[in-house]
Design a protein around this ligand. Sequence first.
Ligand SMILES: Nc1ncnc2c1ncn2[C@@H]1O[C@H](COP(=O)(O)OP(=O)(O)OP(=O)(O)O)[C@@H](O)[C@H]1O
Length: 732
Amino acid sequence: MFKPYQSKGLEQRRSGEVMTDRKLAVTKPQQDTFSAFHELEKKKMLDVLNQYCLILAQEGVRADKVWIEMDNIEKGIVEIIARYNIRWLVMGAAADKYYSKKLEAIKSKKAMFVHQHAPISCHIWFVCKGCLIYTRDGRKDRLLLTNSDSGIEQSEHLRLGSYEQTHRSLDADDFKGILEGFNYQCTVNSSQSSNIALSTSKMMPFLADEEENSQGLTTENASHILELAILDAKDSKQKAFGEAVKRWKEEDDAMEANARQINLMIFTYSLFFSHFYWVAEAKALENLCIKEMSLRKEMEGVLAREKQEIERTKNQRNEFMKELQVVQEQKSELESQLAESNCNVKDLEEKIISAVELLISFKEERCSTERATQEFDPSWRIGEGRYGNVYKGILRHVHVAIKMLPSYGSQSQLDFQNGVEILSRVRHPHLITLIGTCLESRSLVYEYVRNGSLEDCLECKNKRFPLPWQTRICIATEICSALIFLHSNKPCIIHGNLKPSKVLLDANSVSKINDFGISYLISRGKMGHTIPMYNDSKTNFTSVYTDPQYLETGTLTPESDIYSFGIILLRLLTGRPVSGLVKDVKCALEKENVRALLDCSSGDWPAGQAELLARLALNCCENNRLNRPDLVSDIWSVLEPLRVSCIDSACCRSSKELHRRIPSHFVCPIFQEVMKDPQIAADGFTYDAEAIRGWLRSGHNTSPMTNLKLAHCSLLPNHALHQAIQEWQQRW
Ligand SMILES: Nc1ncnc2c1ncn2[C@@H]1O[C@H](COP(=O)(O)OP(=O)(O)OP(=O)(O)O)[C@@H](O)[C@H]1O
């Protein structure tokens, strides 16, 4: 009938359990922390209760189970007492460690709590090891009723007794086991079945005389006392019992009518049973868990701090990375700037080097120019034009003419250099050769032409012989060929200032046009463009040879040179000043009296040729450019045949000039002209006194001819040569 409880560690204690009630209630402390464990235990307990229910059912007792969960067991017990109006309760008085038959007072806290807080209507027996330790009286009226009208008690006692008698198989150990292992309570309905009596029969001895039997009460004694009490009360209180039973029945009926009319034996299976096992274990686990929790909390704190630290470090790292990126960008920018600066420095260094080299070359050029011109000694000046002075000089033992250009109104250094380069490439037998330039002093170095200009010859300056008419025709032809060459040059070079002073004659009266293209070097224009020449106030100079249309329009064209050529041709014919010349020639032609205007010092001009040239010249001097003749088809085609026709006369000219030719030993090696005061130097050569003294003054101590060092700087007059020169000069 009674089956041992199968829970581990509880088998012995539960081996004598008796479940005879209809309803089982289990209280258990809430174990939120161990909910899984709790669920398991709950399931186990419910299984146990189910088993009890089954057992009771086999015994014919209808039992039901009630499950309640509270903060703690004692509260659960109190709650169940209150909820189900339990009237009688047997409960353990001590915890495990206090188990003893000698226990004199309630030791269990739960028992104490239940003792204090259970509804007063509930009568509680506190037991230990089968001994009643303490009894808390239930409701007084009920007790009074019970005492005064002990019919019910008696009846109950009787029934219990009878029941016990019929169920003797229950021994004392069973009873003790129940009391020790479980807190249980029971209510007894008067209409309850005998099975209920079986359960309660174990309590009756205590109900009968709880005070007397509170110490050292055994199961046998209790049974005996109970039997005696039943017998004693049987007679005396039969009536009262009957009434009480009746009244009690009414009361219970009322309760039953009140939907609570269940006769229960509520078996409160508290978790007390596990008090020795899993509560301790749970406690340990709880402690462990608390420790774990605190450790975890601590670790979480540490982790949070670590996380914060990592986050901070990460942020710092990100900022550092950003800064690093900025610095790297700045670095690369600086590097590129540095590279650029280095390139610039290199460029500048190269520029400085080339500038220094240029300066040195300028200085050298200037020095050589200065040296060549005897430091621009006025005595070495051979002319003065509107653009500056012209000096005679010696450069690398060659006679040169150095023209100093003005700096005003000039082009930039670069444009000037480019212009000079173009002009220096121009080579023609009747164009003077540009030997070099000194950019620093803006001077041009030309070949030196000994016989001066056509102007000088026409004016017979320095006792010059008048030019014969054949020579004049040759000169005109030569000028024409030079102009054709200049105008056909790429870029076209317009002289723009053609006049007899610009036509130089060498020792053989061969003409060379001077200063071609110079207008480009002193203007702001570019080579190859038609530009006004004299647009600067300082150079505002009008020449009688200047194209009147240029003066009107300011535009220089190749026809401007043709106009100038026409005037030169008129001068070659007449030898007269330019003023009114065109008008006079026109008149003479109209009157067919050209001969009257011809320069008779030039010889006997052939009348036809002279008239032809006069008409050609006037044609060139047309005011309208478009009416002027073409250089090649109109002028060259006339002049060239005339030059050929002059061959006979030229022979005459040649023979004359042959006689006029200067003996080379009369010519100074430095000046390249007939010496005025020949002096013998230490190298044995004869020089003009002025030339050799200038050479020595400029610091030279070498021979101008041999470049060897001179033994001394003394000079010795060459009287014999001087006399010979004088005789020669007198002859011519
Ligand atoms: N290469 C040269 N060889 C010899 N004498 C020269 C040479 N160049 C110029 N001369 C002399 O210098 C003189 C001055 O010439 P320059 O060309 O400077 O002035 P210009 O022709 O008189 O007038 P302008 O003021 O229009 O230039 C010339 O008349 C000439 O006698």
